[in-house]
Design a protein. Sequence first.
Lengths: 411, 371
Amino acid sequence: MDFNDTPEEAKFRAEARAFLEANLTPKSSDKERLQRKLTPAEYLKAAKAYQAKKAENGFAGITWAKEQGGRGLPPIYSVIFNQEEAKFDAPSAPFSIGLGMCVPTVIAFADEATKDRYVAKALRGDEIWCQLFSEPGAGSDVAASKTKAVRDGDDWVINGQKVWTTGAQFSDFGIVLVRTNPDVEKHKGLTMFIVDMKQPGVDVRPIHQASGGRDFNEVYFTDVRVPDKHRLGDPGQGWGVALVTLMNERLAVGGSYGPDYKEIFEFAKGINAPSGDGPLIQDEAFRQKLADWIVRAEGYKLAKFRTMTALSKGQTPGPESSIGKVINANQMMDIGNTAIEALDHYGIINDGDLAPLEGAFHQSYMFAPGLRIAGGTDEILKNIIAERVLGLPQDVRVDKGVAFKDLPSGR
Amino acid sequence: MNFDFSDDQKSLKDEARRFLADKAGAKVTRRVLDDAAVSYDDGLWRSVAEMGWLGAAIPEEHGGLGLGRLELCVLAEELGRAVAPIPFSSTVYFFAESLMLAGSDAQKAAVLPKVAAGEVIGCFALSEGPGAPSASSIQAKFDGATLNGVKIPVTDGDCASHAVVVAKEGAGVSLVLVDLNQAGVTRTTLKTLDPTRGHAKLEFKNAKAERIGAAGQGWDLAEAVLDRAAVLLAFEQVGGSQACLEMATAYAKERYAFSRQIGSFQAIKHKLADMYVSIEVARSNAYYGAWALSTEAAEMPFAAAASRVAASDAYYLCAKENIQTHGGMGFTWDVDCHLYFRRAKLLAVQAGAPAVWKEKLVKRLEQRNAA
């Protein structure tokens, strides 16, 4: 056991760090972050410029095949780059879904001409991609998508609505999962397409979240035409294509979600305990909770080291990495809630100038409910662990052997 | 990054699992459970000694195999999985580790070869009554040659030939080595939650004893022994938790209710997924503890506490939810769920209860940050 890189990994890490130091500034306070300081348009411009530099220097598509403009390295190198990049204020958010999930799907399923048209431009950051899967009536059960595409000559015509689409407002293209045959079982009547997000009939509207922000969108499709050559996979094979997209999500090892045990530990030194007798950090009930947070945060971090070890040996992580978000989202909720309650009446103030950590605990409190749902709810992730890791049987399905059009949908 | 056991260590683990599947398991554990006169399974103990496991981490010069602590960790996981009814942890994690940590060359040369050969069964006597002990609460008294006082409970104290005892010496605390087969020692067998392991009250009246390590260093040494044991016990706890999860998963696949496998109900799936998550957290922390133990890292006190907290919580969760998944069957004497449920509690309290270790963990975070 050791925590060191192999010599090749260490060399790559040093290379990555040199590139990042030359092009970015280290992360500092939240207020200083590019995303807060710049207008959305300025931020997007900075993001595109940064992505172009990554591509020029061989840090875009690290795991992609060389013929796709990538570097052809094993996944561990991508993890190493992400670890280093996370220490900097990198304007990389607009590309994470497109390059992490959408374009790999295009590479897996599109013909050569289509790949030539799209892949290089995406890698250089000239064009941004989004993923259009969820619908108002198809969240956890995304295969219940109702947005439909009907064949018309060499085109397909799409009508319907997608929801929770990250980055749709600035995306050039998307991959969209639609129903092309409602007369067969629901998983068998879906097809995946590349869609031009800037064409007429595509209407992007921001969602006003419960947390106050507007990070996601609804996307309406009205008679949107897509050429058949933009189909990914055969008609009716869309569910299999979608699973490939979602599998790429698992490689996205990482993610820090607001203040963790170290922050609330520091915070607890400067706040009164409920007994009124000394600081909260001396309160035994608080200390017992803190210990629980420590073992979960450290356990999650160390589990990632185990995943990295598997990657380093050339193995592919399986569905077991689903545990990360279940642990993190709930811990983020709990820590935010505990800090707010520790502040007593003052805890209601979330003004960044008055609240501790510029209101970061409050942000956790308001954002964690969304995180417990996004990218697979706690419940769905636990189903995944139970079914794919432990091998438990699927729930009894009422949608097997029934045409999609005959399924009850509650409305 | 290589945060995993080596291929050799993994094959040792596979070998241990096959060996224990053959020589140990519920049938062997139940022999001890069902016979109040028996405190451990002698046949299994002899087999384990023959395999060299008792001396796995003891240097070759003292009759051991001279392997590292990582090898001991993989053995611990398998012994935990098998709910082995032998005084392995008392002898190896506590007693032998105390001697290797603080014993003189003469003490090591005299005792460790006998441990490795299975001729000495050791135990560790710290508790003196209800509640967590502290340096100032210890009443047992060592005067430089003899020991007086009472220790209760002492795990495996009924079958051990030797004990390491935490005792007062002058104004401080020392660790002392005592041969339990002498006139000055009275043993009383105790009834406990986990009858698959022996427990005793030990009374010392002018019992001959010798100090291990320097006078007055006993409490720090005891803490260091507890840290080492904490990591090794964490592996036993992870092994036991994993056995519970596998048992519950298998039952959820074969048991039908409402004309379907109960494992198809989300209420059961989510329960088992929670068990899985707790084990992953515990295993990852235990691996870190193993790394710290084997490299004598400065992180050891923190890593040991984190290992122990995560593993105690995981085993409690897994053992109780294994019973729940089995329904009424799980509450019968004949189904093995309660073996794990009993052992989970012994392992959780025997080297300091979870709340004590949570407090230690936070204190060590404070110390680490202050350093």
